[in-house]
Design a protein around this ligand. Structure first.
Ligand SMILES: O=C(O)c1ccccc1NCC(=O)[C@H](O)[C@H](O)COP(=O)(O)O
Length: 185
């Protein structure tokens, strides 16, 4: 995420914004995350995105005020989830191309096709659980309404589907949020 991306997100009714700390074309470091968070609408919470990250690294980003929620990709140890929760973080556990494990202690359970890959999942109804379920993977302003109707998620997540030329596109973000929030299920 860049300064321009923050301005784009601020103009929408998005609930969450992702800061990727995993190696990726989207990767940012602590200093940039703090700068971006300072410019972000305070009503928008920040999700730190990690792949196989350790407790101390995630906690340091939380303690510094950069993130409100940790999104964990890869094989996730329930003990790590519980340690993060114990210091105050909420945790999203990602199930990539596999079924949700409803016994996970995470606060949110997410299905995804990849790690910002833009690939669409084979949509089917998601389990209706006590905790929020998130749908990700290849969503766009054009397909998000259909995806919500079929899968019935509590939250949707998007990355490449709201980008143009590798940068977040304000018009695509606005259209995505409008179309997602406009669905009645
Ligand atoms: O987006 C990344 O660069 C990334 C890198 C490493 C791990 C996860 C990453 N993104 C995770 C996300 O939550 C994406 O929003 C999600 O995979 C959906 O992406 P897309 O299919 O491009 O909408």
């Amino acid at each position: 995420m860049t300064n321009l991306d923050v301005l784009a997100v601020n103009e929408t009714a998005a609930d969450l914004a992702g800061f990727v700390f995993a190696p990726s074309r989207h990767q940012i470091q602590l200093a940039q995350a703090l700068s971006l968070k300072a410019q972000l609408n305070p009503n928008i919470q920040t999700v730190g995105v990690f792949v196989h990250e350790d407790f101390a690294t995630i906690k340091a980003l939380y303690d510094a005020g950069a993130i409100d929620i940790a999104q964990l990709h890869g094989a996730t140890d329930p003990v790590l989830v519980q340690r993060l929760q114990a210091v105050g973080l909420r945790v999203i556990q990602v199930f990539q191309n596999k079924a949700i494990d409803a016994t996970s202690p995470a606060d949110y359970l997410m299905v995804d096709s990849g790690q910002g890959s833009g690939q669409t999942l084979a949509w089917k109804p998601l389990p209706q659980l006590e905790k929020p379920v998130i749908l990700a993977g290849g969503l766009t302003a054009t397909n998000v309404a259909e995806a919500i109707v079929i899968t019935q998620p509590d939250i949707v997540d998007v990355s490449s589907g709201v980008e143009s030329a590798g940068h977040k596109d304000p018009q695509k973000i606005s259209a995505f949020v409008e179309n997602a929030k406009g669905v009645r299920i």
